[in-house]
Design a protein around this ligand. Structure first.
Ligand code: NAP
Length: 246
């Protein structure tokens, strides 16, 4: 159980982040539902948490903004006194073939997906070091492990998250802070709705379990990694991909 724990979930206004926020709240955590543009959707996530008997609040912040992340963390610590769980879930895609990809599309994806993880970890790890404990879970992707045509920017950001996760695990382990990554495969959310049906079907053919996954199936693994049951697990990349990356 995660009673008394304060958890920040970035990008929790929909999709996998929403499922993680609800799952952590069901385990008793106080959940901070972060969003960037979608305040109404974040409110819906909070309502779903409350309907499930949980507690939390919403918190707008662009994770790509280092200074804004620092202010968010300062405010949260002032209000709650501690942050025990950080889930770096916020992410975007700007797909295109490498030869035609704009500098802006490369930078934006890396800024949100990879630098966003650094920004929150940089500020929250200082608090966790003082607390001498904490759990950080970063959302990577199967594509950060095996690559994907048309997603050089996204795959680079997700591979970068793996290096960031392992380095942070080595730095922070002696203070009881664990840092792990989860690498989902094809999960049914708004992000993957954008893919052409032919691309989705081609991906499914590469999945031994023969189907896409649900946000709740990712949330279950994240919740486990945030729990005491995972106290001796750090620096790992756990694939939740139906076997796609085998
Ligand atoms: P999604 O449905 O598109 O949701 C993305 C979330 O990120 C939204 O809540 C969005 O909130 C938030 N976000 C975007 N930019 C942000 C920013 N600058 N600051 C704060 N929040 C921001 O995506 P998803 O499919 O649930 O994916 C969640 C995570 O899992 C991502 O990191 C994604 O790369 C990863 N993943 C997904 C899949 C998949 O198949 N779906 C597979 C592998 C990995 P706003 O609308 O408020 O901006």
């Amino acid at each position: 159980m995660l009673n008394e724990k304060v958890a920040l979930v970035t990008g929790a206004s929909r999709g996998i982040g929403r499922a993680i926020a609800i799952a952590l709240a069901k385990q008793g955590a106080f959940v901070i539902v972060n969003y960037n543009g979608s305040m109404e959707k974040a409110k819906e996530t909070l309502e779903l948490i409350q309907e499930a008997g949980g507690v939390g609040e919403i918190c707008g912040c662009n994770v790509a903004d280092f200074t804004a992340c620092g202010e968010m963390v300062k405010d949260l610590v002032a209000k709650h006194g501690h942050i025990d769980i950080l889930i770096n879930n916020a992410g975007i895609t700007r797909d295109g073939l490498l030869a035609r990809m704009s500098e802006e599309d490369f930078d934006r994806v890396v800024d949100v997906n990879l630098k966003g993880c650094f920004n929150t970890m940089r500020h929250i790890s200082r608090q966790m070091l003082k607390q001498r404990g904490g759990k950080i879970i970063n959302l990577s992707s199967v594509t950060g492990i095996i690559g994907n045509p048309g997603q050089a920017n996204y795959c680079a950001s997700k591979a970068g998250i793996i290096g960031l996760t392992k380095s942070a695990a080595k730095e922070l382990g002696s203070r009881g802070i664990t840092v792990n990554a989860v690498a989902p495969g094809l999960i049914e959310t708004e992000m993957t709705e954008k893919l052409p049906e032919s691309a989705r079907e081609a991906m499914k053919e590469q999945i031994p379990l023969g189907r896409s996954g649900s946000p709740e199936e990712v949330a279950g693994v994240v919740t486990f990694l945030a729990s005491e049951a995972a106290d001796y697990i750090t620096g790992q990349v756990i694939s939740v991909d139906g076997g796609m990356a085998i």
